[in-house]
Design a protein around this ligand. Sequence first.
Ligand code: HEC
Length: 153
Amino acid sequence: MRSGIGILVGTALLSAGLAACSNSSGSSTTTTKTAAATAAPAMKTTKVMASSNGLAVYTTNCSTCHQSDGKGAIGPPLAGNPVVTGDASKVIHIVNGGLTGTISVNGKTYNGTMPTWRGVLSTGDIAAVITYIRSSWGNKTGPVTSAQVSSTP
Ligand code: HEC
């Protein structure tokens, strides 16, 4: 007798559960659509904030040698460096392929080795980090795109 009621209640709960399931799967489709619609402006925001991604790339890959304030250490300063804020294709070429040999930055001589970044970082990350160094620590130059990075030798 008791187990009979148990089965009945169980069945009732099960079908209620199934009904709830098909209900919620119907409404979850609606929820997904709403989420996708709100995700679109969020992605736009991410694109605009490409320089914050550049900061992350810089902190991970460049700050050991150039310092987080861009004043340089093993590598020359990037802050107030006319090469960094000058011709975009030259900076891209240097970051893509690395640099060796004697260079002069604001009257000081450097003779070290800068590693190659092409193939190590994505073109998007290289574009973001160059955009970052061209617009940080008082540097004020416009962004560089990943299309420019991939088309520059
Ligand atoms: C292992 C140390 C090291 C790391 C890491 C490094 N650099 Fe360099 N970088 C150098 C050195 C050393 C030079 C100068 C090379 C020379 O003396 O010829 C240089 C030169 C440069 C120059 C050219 C400056 C000029 O005046 O010509 C730029 C631009 C630059 N680095 C950007 C970056 C960026 C962006 C990153 C990160 C993706 C980075 N570097 C990571 C060591 C480094």
